[in-house]
Design a protein around this ligand. Structure first.
Ligand code: LLP
Length: 424
């Protein structure tokens, strides 16, 4: 296991590079990404699964982090890619992913987007019968997949549970046969089946139950339509530990139990030997990145002690959006004495906190804080709210570091805008 953060005499380091030096060179807020950690995470999952079953594909879920260098790293490792928008397909192609390695799983997809996807030649994962009808009116693709709601969801927050009663995603069991039959009758030749139950799941159990249900549905489809599945995709959502001491996702157990169940059921249900696909995003990139932010101000009120830093929810929205915990270290701490702080960003909303009531070593103005595990849904969910240009991203590998996304400037705030003629 690669350990990214280490303590040196002066300050903390990330993948061997001094946090202070990185901040000095690239300024803050700064996302620093370790290429080797991404590779390590990908291969840990890949090896665990291929040990148990020999037809495995890992679709990296691009929404977690779409930096082109991250995509390229995974392309070179042999990953496949899960895209949820035409923009992600565009970026994946820019990074070198061939269309036969991309699966598109969108919801509420526009017709012009469907056309773009068909022209791009990626496999489309159907989310509703209405989407299927529109698609088949445009053309009959060679291969199609359907996203199924296995009526069981899981996840670290209610908005991240993507199956079950409240979820907008996928087809319910009673529509599934209809969908496959229609696609088959219209001339589609190759098929897959898919589910994604949620995000930030730390235990194997929900996957076991949902996979069992998915395979049962696959059996029903096979019996009723005589379709042979090329692939069965059980989605992503594998969590990472955010709090110190939290146990990691048990990849080995996941691989053993899921593949064990899979092998038994495909045999029992006569499904042949379809490729088994998983679709992790966070698991691959989450721990591979840290956010460096500088302390601007310290403020003691009668009730609270605030540290004002230069990264707010415009840079990292997870704490305010999901009440998510991100561990924070003080890079230049020179005392072990601690006190309780609220770590606040520069955004003009009281909810703009990276951490609330957090015990940290004594902090001074100018100190650097390191927010851990920000590789997934960090930059990709950042915004220009309050007209703050977005942060920069740096990739590190062995003895090298390089800027892989420039810090935005004021120019980016006006890009594409113009003042209406009648106002001039
Ligand atoms: N596949 C599909 C169809 C998905 O919708 C998602 C995530 C994934 C795979 C990958 O999930 P992961 O392995 O990264 O958990 N912004 C939230 C997470 C939202 C995930 C949405 N879908 C967060 O910051 O926790």
């Amino acid at each position: 296991m690669i350990q990214l953060i280490k303590k040196t005499d002066q300050c903390l380091s990330f993948a061997g590079f001094s946090i202070s030096k990185l901040a000095e060179k690239y300024d803050t807020p700064l996302y620093v990404i370790s290429e080797l950690k991404i590779i390590d995470n990908y291969n840990r999952m890949y090896e665990a699964l291929t040990k148990e079953y020999n037809k495995i594909r890992i679709y990296y879920s691009a929404k977690a982090n779409t930096n082109l260098s991250v995509l390229k790293t995974l392309e070179r490792e042999g990953a496949y890619l899960d895209a949820v928008s035409p923009g992600e397909v565009f970026l994946a192609k820019k990074a070198g992913f061939l269309s036969n390695r991309i699966l598109f799983t969108g919801t509420s997809v526009r017709n012009d987007e469907l056309r773009y996807l068909l022209e791009s030649n990626v496999t489309i994962n159907i989310d509703s019968l209405s989407q299927l009808n529109w698609l088949l009116k445009i053309t009959v693709p060679n291969q199609l997949s359907f996203r199924i709601n296995p009526e069981l969801g899981a996840g670290h927050h209610e908005s991240c549970i993507t199956a079950g009663k409240e979820a907008k995603f996928g087809l319910w069991e009673d529509e599934v046969v209809k969908g496959y039959q229609k696609a088959k009758n219209t001339g589609v030749k190759n098929f897959g089946i898919h589910m994604h139950i949620g995000s930030g799941i730390m235990s194997v159990e929900p996957y076991l139950i949902a996979t069992q249900r998915l395979l049962k549905i696959a059996k029903k489809v096979r019996e009723k339509t005589k379709i042979k599945f090329q692939f069965i995709n059980i989605g992503g959502g594998m969590g990472i530990p955010y709090k110190p001491g939290e146990a990691p996702f048990d990849t080995e157990r996941f691989a053993q139990e899921i593949c064990g169940l899979y092998k038994r059921k495909i045999k029992e249900y006569q499904l042949n030997t379809p490729v088994l696909c998983v679709e992790p995003g966070r698991y691959i990139v989450g721990e591979a990145c840290a956010l460096i932010t500088r302390v601007n101000t310290i403020k003691q009120t009668p009730y609270k002690m605030f540290i004002g830093v230069d990264a707010g929810f415009n840079t990292l929205i997870r704490p305010i959006m999901y009440d998510a915990y991100h561990h924070i270290l003080v890079s230049t701490a020179n005392t072990s004495e601690e006190r309780v702080y609220d770590v606040a960003g520069p955004i003009c909303e009281s909810g703009d906190l990276l951490a609330k009531n957090r015990k940290l070593p004594y902090v001074k103005e100018g100190d650097l804080l390191v927010v851990l595990n920000t590789g997934a849904y960090g930059y990709s969910m950042s915004s220009q709210y309050n007209s703050r240009p977005r942060a920069a991203e740096v990739l590190v590998k062995e003895h090298k570091h390089v800027l892989v996304r420039k810090r935005e400037t004021f120019k980016d705030l006006i890009r594409g805008q113009r003042i209406a003629k009648w106002l001039k």
